[in-house]
Design a protein around this ligand. Structure first.
Ligand SMILES: [Zn+2]
Length: 104
């Protein structure tokens, strides 16, 4: 069964992808603090933006729209009313295009 991080959607494949290196963790290592607590929406959003810039080139606006689309689609963020997730979002087509580029 393939797993992915509840907060950012990153695929959890290798042991070290998981928070704390524990394969029963629900989050990836990027989304938790050293004490095991899950980072804030703002922090995870910022991490996502930086990731997409590194993959797609230096277009902050696009990276923000893609990150918002990605996170807003995850059940974890439903009802959390996270402010960074409110705003312009990538379309389904743009998002599919990006996933294709990432080889997902
Ligand atoms: Zn994550």
């Amino acid at each position: 069964m393939s797993k992915s991080c509840r907060a950012c959607g990153m695929p959890l494949i290798e042991k070290e992808d998981f928070a704390g290196g524990k394969e029963d963790a629900l989050f990836c290592r990027h989304c938790v603090n050293a004490d095991g607590s899950v980072k804030s929406g703002e922090e995870i959003f910022e991490g996502g933006v930086r990731f997409f810039i590194s993959q797609l080139g230096d277009d902050r606006k696009l990276a923000e729209r893609i990150t918002r689309k990605n996170m807003a689609g995850l059940p974890y963020w439903q009802g959390k009313n996270c402010r960074v997730l409110q705003g312009e979002m990538a379309t389904d087509e743009e998002f599919a295009e990006v996933l294709k580029k990432l080889g997902a």
